[in-house]
Write a protein that binds this ligand. Structure first.
Ligand SMILES: *Cc1c(COP(=O)(O)O)cnc(C)c1O
Length: 425
């Protein structure tokens, strides 16, 4: 009995409406992006993307890697925060920051690396902005014995040296993007030798690399169904841990970039509700940045996954693939779209959405840090804002309640951002 589940949970068969499938571009003669997917991803993941099985077995080797990397993660009650807020709500945090890269992202990276290696793949390629996803893939590749190349947007490559060092330490190769390696990279460099890069360009360079090399596959950090599937390990553990504490969450809160940590913690609870097995009254709140407000202001429509249009179009809340977010500090919350599963849940009013300014988010995070000693990642800080708002509601009504926060990551490699938002005392 370790407390790590042996199966991931797939919500798709429990949804009241079928999930809208991916679509190809509308232009006549455009290359099929859907047919490209099997060249980019291992077969096992393509199967998981569309499986109607409710439970998917976690392979033993992935289970073992989860264990050595820190699973099950602790569920901790933040009593000191409760006290300073003067609330009768109990606040629990599911600590996804306690692993070697400091976020929930290795939960899917390790699984993707495992399936790739099972199919004879020798190298994983991916893109990264601030470096959270790149370091998770570098870690997973090390653990599963694969080589790894990370295209890192040039602006981050220059300004975030520590994540690059972390990836290099895991044995990955880190390439500043745009690069001379690929045709698309050379094209952007020709137009501007100091091009700052973008996630769209880094993805395009990665895809081009995968398509031109043998035994190489792509790793994707969020949005796709299989990434959310792997992240349900968070919610399955949390559900069992709360049962052991003898409590049920009244409110579940997570931040939403592509939707993977939020879906990961929330879906097991939503699934129970959809099957009529409990959690009928639990409110589930997804939190985004006001800098990229897809859930609160976006449209629910088909849009490309990536700004370069290499991958299929998905039905999701989005701001358009060419949306240029302001340079907010929570890089993980800048994405133009979000998971089709999370989008459908929002459409069906099974979840609520909220957005905050980053100033509010950092202020909320510091309030927590100064009594609990945990420093949330800038993304997580947005979810902390919602926790404070809910705790305040319980204080005003003098009601009891239980709040469950997905503490998606720590901010120890985001100290530059914190420096900007520390109050001047
Ligand atoms: C990447 C990241 C996010 C956003 O991604 P999701 O797929 O929405 O979970 C949130 N928190 C942290 C710490 C991250 O690294």
């Amino acid at each position: 009995m370790t407390g790590i589940p042996h199966r991931w949970y797939n919500v798709i068969p429990d949804l009241s409406r079928p999930l809208p499938p991916p679509r190809d571009p509308e232009e006549l003669g455009a290359e099929s992006r859907i047919e490209l997917l099997p060249r980019l991803f291992p077969d096992a993941l393509i199967d998981q993307e569309q499986t109607s099985e409710r439970w998917v077995e976690i392979p033993t080797e992935v289970f073992d890697a989860y264990r050595t990397l820190g699973r099950p993660t602790p569920l901790v009650r933040l009593k000191r925060l409760e006290r300073v807020l003067g609330t009768r709500a109990r606040i629990y945090a599911k600590r996804e920051d306690v692993n070697p890269t400091g976020s929930h992202k290795p939960n899917t990276a390790v699984a993707q690396a495992y399936y790739a290696r099972q199919e004879g793949v020798k190298k994983l390629v991916t893109e990264t902005g601030a470096g959270q996803w790149g370091s998770a893939v570098a870690l997973a590749s090390a653990v599963m014995g694969l080589r790894c190349t990370v295209f890192m947007t040039r602006s981050s490559y220059l300004t975030k040296p520590y994540r690059r060092t972390l990836m290099l330490s895991f044995g990955a190769e880190v390439v500043s993007s745009p690069s001379e390696r690929t045709e698309i990279g050379r094209r952007f460099l020709a137009s501007d030798p100091n091009h700052p890069g973008s996630l769209g360009i880094a993805i395009s360079e990665g895809v081009e690399t995968v398509l031109s090399e043998e035994s190489t596959k792509y790793a994707v950090g969020s949005v796709m169904n299989f990434t959310i599937l792997h992240q349900t390990v968070i919610g399955l553990e949390a559900m069992r841990q709360m049962e052991e504490e003898g409590v049920e969450p009244d409110v579940i809160i997570g931040c939403v970039g592509g939707g993977s940590n939020f879906g990961g913690i929330a879906l097991p609870f939503i699934g129970s509700r959809l099957r009529g097995e409990g959690y009928e009254r639990t409110r589930i709140i997804g939190v985004e940045s006001k800098g990229a407000p897809r859930m609160t202001t976006g449209r629910y429509d088909y849009e490309f996954v990536d700004s370069a249009g290499y991958l299929p179009r998905l039905k999701m809340y989005n701001l358009g693939k060419d949306f240029l977010p302001p340079t907010i500090h929570a890089a993980g919350l800048r994405y133009h779209g979000l998971s089709p599963i999370v989008s459908l849940l929002l459409r069906e009013h099974l979840i609520e959405a909220r957005s905050y300014q980053q100033e509010e988010a950092f202020a909320a995070a510091l309030k927590l840090t100064r009594v609990e000693g945990l420093l949330p990642a800038p993304e997580t800080a947005h979810a902390v804002s919602a926790v404070l708002e809910e705790a305040e509601r319980y204080r005003r009504t003098n009601e009891e309640g239980v709040i469950l926060l997905c503490f998606s990551g720590h901010g120890l490699l985001d100290l530059q951002s914190y420096e900007r938002f520390l109050p001047s005392e």
